[in-house]
Design a protein around this ligand. Structure first.
Ligand code: HEC
Ligand code: HEC
Length: 494
């Protein structure tokens, strides 16, 4: 059935996409390792153990990375900053407004709402824009969980990236040049950007003619109570922050203007985020030798995930590879283009989000997005770069057959108000004209259930346990003022 629609799509030779070669220099194609054929091994454990060693899985995605403990002084300070609305231009949005530890490190919305929320403390499904306006942030907030494990690309389009020679490129410099201010790692480089974004945290009126760097500097001056933003916080609040920074940097006599700087703010934020390592899931235990760690259903799902497409599986591992379940590369997967789209520079403002092309400027990258990690995917919905899918089974079906599911996508599943989905069929045909990199094949409902059971085995139980998550949530404002009191849709504390 999709084939006839595909033909319609092919007829629209839009954007030169039909000429796109299948591979880019950035995309390393995965090679099938020698595998036992389906049915050759009646024993799921035996076949899975062969696959695990063929794909060199260790069950430990952290390996040589050394994330800080949440008890470390800088991570503790970072947590307080992460929950403080003082980082928002109009003091109404905190990082935690869109990345709350009890909401899977995200916000449970398809598209995030930053500044301009009707009630700034309500998070999750109940968070709405004032005046019922469409959300202005065009993308879904990814989880901050396991953020320390990314080695190459941050953001859905990878606009923050580690360069081969050791530097980090960011949107502050022409791609792919190194940004001298990026900081010590990808997470710090990222933490410097949300406060400069007018839709996320900055608002329209804070330092409106300034640069990203002047915006960061002014926020630091506000927290430190020095320079031109002196007096925006009470003296009790600035004294609180000074004490916190002195503790974290172990400099009892440190001065506000040398200690409370944009670099130190982003270091503390990133140490907090990097401490959010949640990888103790049943699948890891299975990989490490415990055959009883996952259900028979999950084992069937794992076989479907790791076997090649057409050989009794779906080859999901082609892209969701390794212990972190991502190759950190970019693919066009025909994600239904709901939402306002993203316009950058001189790209056409046609309501679409061209993904990686917005960074590289290459049409070969059109509609490609970074392969997400699947660790804790159970709690990180809605799924897709724009939150198009609001059930995990739905996005699994899409990954099994993007043509059938993308073209029959039910826009009613997006419950959030005012998410643009006009002209969806026309837009689907447009993006269909560009090389879709998911093969797509027939699947059974049983396969979907098995795949779901497998993906649920990637959840670290801690992320669903309020008591276990407590160390990552500040108990109270302690004197900082402007502490985000996160509430659920019912108005009760999360
Ligand atoms: C208005 C909601 C909002 C706020 C506030 C916000 N973020 Fe985000 N965050 C997002 C969205 C949306 C993205 C994805 C943007 C993209 O990929 O283009 C994102 C991406 C990220 C990522 C990258 C994740 C990945 O997998 O690549 C990190 C890390 C992050 N944010 C941390 C922060 C920090 C730290 C703050 C506060 C300084 C913050 N965010 C404030 C919505 C928000
Ligand atoms: C060709 C590479 C590729 C293959 C093969 C692939 N995926 Fe994906 N997957 C992606 C990309 C890229 C995205 C993000 C798409 C977007 O946001 O627009 C994604 C998104 C997802 C998501 C949503 C995650 C989130 O956080 O939003 C899930 C779940 C998923 N894939 C599971 C699977 C399963 C199961 C299979 C096998 C049936 C599979 N994928 C095959 C590249 C791939």
């Amino acid at each position: 059935m999709w084939k006839s629609i595909l033909t319609v799509g092919m007829a629209l030779t839009l954007g030169g996409c039909l000429d796109i070669p299948e591979q880019t220099s950035e995309t390393t194609r995965w090679q099938n390792p020698p595998l036992p054929g389906p049915g050759n091994s009646p024993d799921a454990d035996t076949e899975l153990r062969t696959l695990i060693s063929a794909f060199k899985l260790t069950g430990d995605p952290v390996r040589e990375i050394q994330p800080p403990a949440i008890t470390s002084p800088k991570a503790r300070l970072g947590m307080k900053l992460f929950f403080s609305r003082a980082l928002g231009g109009d003091m109404d949005v905190a990082c935690a407004s869109c990345h709350h530890p009890l909401l899977g490190g995200g916000d449970e919305l398809s598209l995030s709402i930053g500044v301009g929320a009707r009630n700034l403390e309500i998070l999750g499904h109940g968070r709405k824009t004032a005046n019922r306006e469409p959300p202005q942030v065009p993308r879904n907030a990814p989880t901050t969980f396991n953020i320390a494990l990314w080695q190459q690309h941050i953001f859905h389009d990878g606009r923050i990236a580690a360069l081969a020679d050791g530097g980090i490129t960011t949107p502050d410099v022409p791609w792919p040049q190194p940004d001298p201010e990026a900081g010590r790692n990808l997470v710090q480089a990222q933490a410097r950007f949300p406060l400069t974004s007018s839709h996320e945290m900055r608002g329209e009126n804070f330092d409106p003619d300034g640069t990203n760097q002047s915006c960061r500097r002014l926020i630091a001056e506000r927290l430190g109570g020095y320079g031109s933003r002196q007096g925006e916080l009470s003296s009790r609040e600035t004294a609180y922050w000074l004490e916190q920074f002195r503790n974290a940097w172990n400099t009892p006599d440190g001065l506000p203007n040398t200690l409370i700087t944009e670099q130190n703010i982003s270091i503390a934020l990133s140490e907090y985020e990097r401490s959010q390592v949640f990888v103790a899931n049943p699948w890891s235990a299975y990989v490490q030798g415990d055959n009883a760690a996952i259900s028979e259903q999950a084992k069937k799902g794992a076989l479907l995930f790791y076997r090649p497409a057409g050989s009794g599986g779906y080859g999901c591992v082609n892209c969701h590879s390794g212990d972190f379940f991502t190759d950190e590369q970019f693919y066009h997967t025909l994600m239904p283009p709901v939402g306002p789209g993203k316009q950058v520079g001189n790209m056409p403002d046609d309501g679409l989000d061209r993904g990686r092309e917005l960074v590289t400027g290459k049409s070969v990258d059109r509609f490609r997005f970074r392969t997400p990690s699947l660790l804790n995917v159970e709690v990180t919905g809605p799924w897709g770069h724009n939150g198009a899918y609001t059930t995990l089974a739905g996005v699994i079906r899409h990954m099994m057959d993007p043509f059938l599911n993308g073209l029959n996508y039910d826009r009613k599943q997006v419950l959030q108000q005012n998410i643009q989905s006009d002209e969806l069929q026309e837009r689907m045909r447009y993006i269909l004209a560009c090389d879709v990199q998911l093969p797509g094949q027939d699947y059974s409902g049983e396969d979907v259930q098995h795949m779901l059971a497998f993906l649920l085995s990637l959840t670290d139980p801690c992320v669903k346990d309020k008591a276990c998550m407590a160390p990552w949530i500040p108990a109270d404002d302690g004197g900082s003022g402007l502490h985000l009191q996160a509430r659920g849709p019912d108005g009760r504390p999360l």
